[in-house]
Design a protein around this ligand. Structure first.
Ligand code: ZN
Ligand code: CU
Length: 495
């Protein structure tokens, strides 16, 4: 670790709002760490270097600590929580300063009033806030009542389907495709960063590859991204990858494979095959992927045999809230029914499914270009621990304890890489001129504490979190600031 050889990089010679003194900077580009003070003014990073002669309204002492760009959660379902739980403690406490919403085909906008919310769309429904007919309306609501973190919004294909299709059990017809395409276009013009699909789920399972390509046309000229919870992450995962690549190629856009995984025992070890295929495809088109650091997933309660294959723990259940936190096998035994029937009776709701192998999770996390995304579902008292633990778990458990990759790489996977993949300009790196989203953490102690039994525990080792220049989290406490901004797609027409 050395002092940066070049002199101070300074944009602003006047008094600063905030100086983070004496820390070690990991700048989010994967470059080696260096010791420097960081100066912040008017929401921007304005100076990096020796700022011992500079004054500031507020000083954070960071000796022995890492100073890094605020983490970007590449995969969230926080659409509703940003408005109903605007402190966003489950994210800020991890050092997250930006969330990408609208994943897996489900977004809170655009959704016309009274539109049905079939599962998994109901995972967005906290009951306090009706959905938004336009993405612009949603982003305006966030501007009027900001959350504690920044937001970049995707439009969900299943949400589009619910808007225009009276029957989801078939492919869309030409008129419906045209209607969905224009909803997507309007949303992109309002600042959406791209389109997500979730063909794994019932509301979109009947959509063909052609339907998605036809709807996604407007992504091409607007350089939107295409993210996908693929049709299959189990036996047919290679076919699903090819479908994803085909869509990306046809639209000439970057594809993001969401929460890449291989599920079910017979597929354990197949990440070797999927990652090799992804690596090869990356040579001829833009492919990105994210991953959460756990062997269990979490989604709506399903009854398919493949989903009931491993341990399954109920997270939420509308008809049986008392079952939250309990194993499906115990519930089924108590009710004297099989697991399938128990799952049916517990619907609608969400559950945690233990269907992955640790070795695959590690291979996927360690794959160079894999971003970190939580896929947390901010509902109920017994969520999957990834909601509160993802980022500190990668830093503390996978980087420090297991040595899966250096800390600089870990930080890059949650900052610079992600900002680049999603086109989030001004974010993701710690450099002069960038937005002042910053996290200060202790590399020796940072660790997740959220567990399956006690899933809403804040992490340890996150000292301070700054969002757009405002100190938002310090010493394990939320300071009440809500200075998150809406991040528009870089080339969206100005509002
Ligand atoms: Zn998903
Ligand atoms: Cu998801």
């Amino acid at each position: 670790m050395q002092q940066r050889p070049i002199g101070n990089t300074v944009l602003d010679e006047g008094a600063l709002d905030l100086i983070i003194r004496g820390g070690t900077v990991i700048d989010g580009t994967r470059a080696p760490r260096f010791d420097a003070d960081v100066g912040i003014s008017k929401g921007k990073i304005v100076a990096i270097g020796d700022l011992s002669q500079r004054q500031a309204g507020q000083v954070l002492h960071a000796r022995g600590r890492i100073v890094a760009p605020g983490f970007i959660d590449s995969h969230t379902h926080d659409d509703q929580a940003l408005l109903s739980q605007p402190d966003m403690s489950f994210k800020v406490s991890q050092g997250v300063t930006t969330v990408v919403t609208g994943n897996c085909g489900i977004s809170i906008a655009p959704l016309r009033a009274g539109a049905p919310m079939p599962a998994p769309l109901n995972l967005l429904d906290a009951g306090t806030q009706p959905p938004f007919e336009t993405l612009r309306g949603y982003l305006d609501a966030l501007r009027a009542k900001p959350a504690a973190v920044n937001v970049a919004a995707l439009v969900g294909h299943s949400s589009l389907r619910v808007n225009v299709m009276p029957d989801l059990e078939r492919e869309a017809n030409a008129d419906e495709i045209a209607a969905m395409r224009s909803l997507l276009e309007e949303s992109l013009d309002a600042g959406a960063i791209g389109l997500s699909t979730g063909t794994f789920y019932p509301p979109a399972a009947k959509a063909s590859t052609e339907e998605i390509i036809a709807i996604g046309q407007s992504l091409t000229s607007r350089k939107g991204v295409f993210t996908t919870h693929m049709r299959d992450e189990s036996d047919q995962v290679m076919v699903a990858l090819d479908e994803t690549f085909r869509i990306g190629k046809a639209l000439d856009v970057r594809v993001v494979i969401s929460h890449h995984k291989v599920m079910n025992k017979p597929n354990f070890g197949r990440s070797a095959q999927t990652l090799a295929h992804i690596r090869k495809t990356m040579q001829c088109q833009c492919v990105a992927l994210d991953c959460y650091p756990y062997t269990a997933g979490s989604t709506m309660i399903r009854t398919e045999r493949a989903m009931l294959d491993g341990r399954m723990v109920i997270a939420t259940s509308v008809p049986h809230p008392e079952c939250a936190g309990r194993e499906i096998t115990d519930i089924a035994a108590e009710w004297g029914v099989d697991k399938e029937e128990a799952a049916r009776r517990l619907q609608p709701g969400s559950a945690i499914y233990f269907l992955m192998d640790e070795a695959d999770v590690q291979s996927i996390l360690a794959f160079d270009e894999t971003m970190i995304g939580s896929d947390g579902i901010p509902l109920g008292d017994k969520p999957h621990p990834r909601l509160w633990g993802t980022f500190p778990r990668v830093l503390g458990h996978y980087s420090r304890e297991l040595g899966l990759f250096p800390l600089e790489t870990a930080v890059w996977k949650m900052t610079g890489l992600t900002a680049n993949n999603f086109g989030l300009t001004g974010r993701g790196t710690l450099a002069v001129g960038q937005c002042a989203d910053v996290v200060v953490f202790d590399a020796d102690t940072v660790l997740d504490r959220a567990s399956y039994d006690d899933p809403t525990q804040a992490a340890v080792g996150i000292d301070a979190v700054v969002v757009n220049g405002t100190l938002t989290w310090q010493h394990g406490k939320h300071l009440g600031a809500r200075s998150g901004q809406v991040i528009m797609r870089a080339d969206a027409p100005a509002n």
